[in-house]
Design a protein around this ligand. Structure first.
Ligand code: CP
Length: 294
């Protein structure tokens, strides 16, 4: 039976640690033939720079071939259902389909219909499991392996963020304390985590900040007068960080000088491009885990 990665819940904690250990080996960027002869399909119904190309490079580094479905010229535009599209691609014999969709639940739905592995590349505000895994790898490398007792502030549009959701599930498993920092309308309506509206409340306690983009595409109404107004309170600047040794992460795409300012992005404390590099290795580990029989 095919294995799927719809959310981080699909992975036990030992499996997560095993994937990160394997990803460390893949950071050498060497070509391998582990997936030679296999086909991976990218089926992205929402825009992507990082996730789609990262999966493509990961698959190619493992020797697989990659098909990128061009949604704009696909038969979904003629009324074919999502399930039929997936069933038809599955009938061509790929080992995995990576799915991104604006609606939560699409990868889970498809996983009940196809023979190949379904990997969630981000569904609505629900989950982005490989992003959380690469964030975890980045934090683990930054803090020398042990994350127990570290505190990570997730800052921004948490309510609408699949990245935040997946990290809020995964990081506490490693003993990480999470604090949520956002204006009231960007906080989840119910949460077990500590919350605050002010960065200054937590800046002396945190080891890392995970800044998030304001997900305007998921807002039903405009919730801030402007992004600039939001940025005045929540942008991660050199002034906010001071000389504290705080790691700064962001899943991308970054709204420069709204989420994080230019100076911090160029500062060694920013791990934003490290996250992108680690993402390829993590996705190699995920592809191998799902496709190669144990
Ligand atoms: N982090 C992330 O999901 O980026 P993309 O939207 O570019 O894939």
């Amino acid at each position: 039976m095919a294995r799927h990665l719809v959310s981080t819940h699909n992975l036990s904690t030992p499996q997560v640690i095993g994937l990160l250990d394997r990803a460390e080996e893949f950071l050498d960027e060497r070509h391998r033939d582990i997936l030679a002869g296999k086909i991976i399909v990218n089926m992205f119904f929402e825009n992507s720079t990082r996730t789609r190309s990262s999966f493509e490079i990961a698959a190619k580094r493992l020797g697989a071939e990659v098909v990128n479905l061009d949604i704009g010229s696909s038969s979904t535009k003629k009324g074919e259902t999502l399930v039929d599209t997936a069933l038809n691609l599955d009938a061509m014999g790929p080992s995995a389909i990576i799915v991104r969709h604006k609606h939560s639940g699409v990868p889970e739905l498809l996983s009940h219909h196809v023979r190949c592995s379904i990997i969630n590349g981000g569904d609505g505000a629900h989950a982005h499991p490989t992003q959380a895994l690469l964030d975890l790898l980045t934090l683990r490398r930054r803090f020398g392996g042990d994350l127990a007792g570290k505190t990570v502030a997730i800052v921004g549009d948490i309510k609408n963020s699949r990245v935040a959701n997946s990290n809020m599930e995964l990081l506490p498993r490693m003993g990480v304390n999470i604090v949520l920092v956002a204006p009231p309308h960007f906080l989840p309506s119910a949460t077990a985590f500590r919350t605050t509206h002010h960065l200054c409340d937590i800046i002396d306690e945190v080891d890392a900040i995970m800044s998030l983009r304001t997900q305007t595409e998921r807002h039903e109404t405009q919730t801030y007068a402007s992004l600039a107004d939001y940025g005045r309170q929540y942008c991660i600047t050199e002034e906010v960080l001071g000389n504290r040794d705080i790691a700064v992460l962001h899943p991308g795409p970054v709204h420069r000088n709204i989420d994080i300012d230019d100076a911090v992005l160029a500062d060694p404390r920013s791990l934003v491009l490290e996250q992108v590099k680690n993402g390829v290795a993590v996705r190699m580990a995920v592809l191998e885990h799902l496709i190669v029989p144990c």
